[in-house]
Design a protein around this ligand. Structure first.
Ligand code: CO
Length: 140
């Protein structure tokens, strides 16, 4: 049921500073405009790579879920992996049947690519936060 790796989420206290690191250290040049996802409490910037994307995420607002992560990792760090799936509801139900906990009470939300996403509790996945997203019409 797991599909293509869509993006790697990287939390940072400052997208403006993080894009400079990715640009100057690794030569990433396809840096998309930064935008706010108010409901999710994050500011987002995608960097296009030949085989996927880096999703830079910065806290937005006092109740951002990223504050806890950045308290533990003040300079930021790798936050989640996101894979595409064919059917987000069937995937969610299959995971729950196997005993996994889906964050947000199992309710898909519209993610940064405009398609439904769910997050699997890291404790059920060897400590890795997994985002699963419905396969977008167009990959990038
Ligand atoms: Co993501």
């Amino acid at each position: 049921m797991i599909g293509r790796l869509n993006h790697v989420g990287v939390a940072t206290p400052s997208i403006a500073e993080a894009v400079l690191v990715w640009r100057d250290m690794l030569g990433a040049d396809a840096i998309r405009p930064t935008f706010d996802m108010v409901e999710q409490g994050v500011r987002v910037c995608f960097i296009d790579l030949p085989n996927g994307q880096i999703e830079l995420i910065e806290p937005l607002g006092e109740s951002s879920p990223l504050h806890g992560f950045l308290a533990r990792n003040p300079r930021g760090g790798q936050h989640h992996l996101c894979f595409e799936v064919e059917d987000i509801i069937a995937t969610r139900d299959a995971l729950m049947a196997k005993g996994a906990t889906i964050l947000n009470a199992g309710q898909p939300r519209i993610g940064a690519h405009g398609v439904p996403v769910i997050f699997v509790r890291p404790a059920d996945m060897g400590g890795v936060l997994i985002e699963l997203m419905a396969k977008p019409e167009e990959t990038h």
